[in-house]
Design a protein. Structure first.
Length: 312
């Protein structure tokens, strides 16, 4: 299982400065991938382009970049294809994962004023336009949600890997049949093993696709006071215990809140939890470092760096 890391964009006049510092340290520590979500008005793909030089002097394979995730309703698939390919061109030999997702009804309808009546149909049509443009620069498709006839030059032939945030059965089938895998958030180990991995693998096999990748992102903290950290995680990530799609995954896990699926405990306990995720089918773990004090953050980063170095 590869180990990556996720950070969230801040605010203020120097947004890129802290992100550059974080990415540089992540590259130095050997993380396989550096992820940022598409939140607020900080654009994830533009950030990757601005930081394309990060870690170039670090020995070993180049650190990849990934969006976790871009909601499809915020931009037309032709616009996303253009931006993703331009980002891939800027990154050169660095792997790029284009993670996309549906977001949530309260966001799409309440915040953006768009329809969320047929999200699975919208996703299928979106991929029917997006993926040919990434692969060849050409598409001719007439769908219910998107119709596009386009043929143009591409800035690079290095198409990014497309993955979909998939939790429910229908979207898992779409992800398995049409993309390289799924990107998870707030999904516990047992739900990965019993729900995510088998459904995704079945759909990929039926479509004759390679075994899908499963990127799993969770809060992680090395601590001597796990109860306090889990309680803090419940508070910090409370919204994810309320949104229906995440709530359904927590209910499958038997988790009362986000703190129950966080990886929390001593070094040995957290390392064992990471190994258990790999056994469940997770191919790539992306850490959301969390804690109640600086010592916990430092201990968590030290453990992650050690796991990367030893492969344990």
């Amino acid at each position: 299982m590869k180990i990556g890391i996720t950070t969230f964009p801040g605010t203020g006049p120097d947004v890129l400065g802290p992100l550059r510092d974080h990415a540089e340290q992540a590259a130095a520590d050997g993380f396989a991938n550096w992820w940022i979500p598409q939140v607020g008005l900080v654009d994830a793909l533009t950030t990757f382009t601005a930081l394309a030089d990060v870690g170039r002097s670090v020995d070993g394979p180049p650190m990849g970049f990934g969006t976790g995730v871009i909601p499809i309703y915020q931009r037309h698939p032709t616009a996303l294809a253009a931006q993703a390919l331009t980002t891939a061109a800027a990154l050169g030999d660095r792997p790029l994962v284009l993670g996309i997702g549906l977001s949530h009804r309260p966001v799409i309808e309440g915040m953006l004023g768009l329809s969320f009546d047929r999200p699975v149909r919208d996703l299928i049509d979106y991929l029917e336009v997006l993926q040919p443009l990434l692969d060849t620069g050409s598409v001719s498709y007439a769908g219910e949600s998107y119709t596009t006839h386009y043929d143009g030059s591409r800035p690079t032939d290095r198409a990014p890997s497309v993955m979909v945030a998939a939790l429910g059965e229908q979207v898992l089938r779409v992800a398995g049949r049409r993309t390289d895998g799924t990107i998870l958030w707030m999904v516990g180990r047992n739900t990965v093993a019993d729900h995510i991995a088998p459904r995704l693998a079945e759909a990929a096999a039926a479509a004759g696709r390679p075994a899908p990748r499963i990127f799993c992102s969770l809060p992680i903290c090395v601590t001597g006071d796990p109860d306090a950290v889990r309680a803090a995680a419940d508070q910090a990530f409370a919204i994810y215990g309320q949104l229906p799609s995440y709530r359904a995954m927590l209910d499958r896990e038997g988790a009362a809140g986000p703190g129950d699926v966080a990886l929390v405990g001593t070094e040995e306990e957290v390392a064992a939890q990471l190994a258990s995720l790999a056994e469940a089918g997770v191919t790539d773990f992306s850490a959301v470092e969390f804690g109640t004090n600086r010592d916990e953050f430092a201990a968590t980063r030290a453990l992650l760096a050690d796991v990367i170095r030893t492969g344990a």
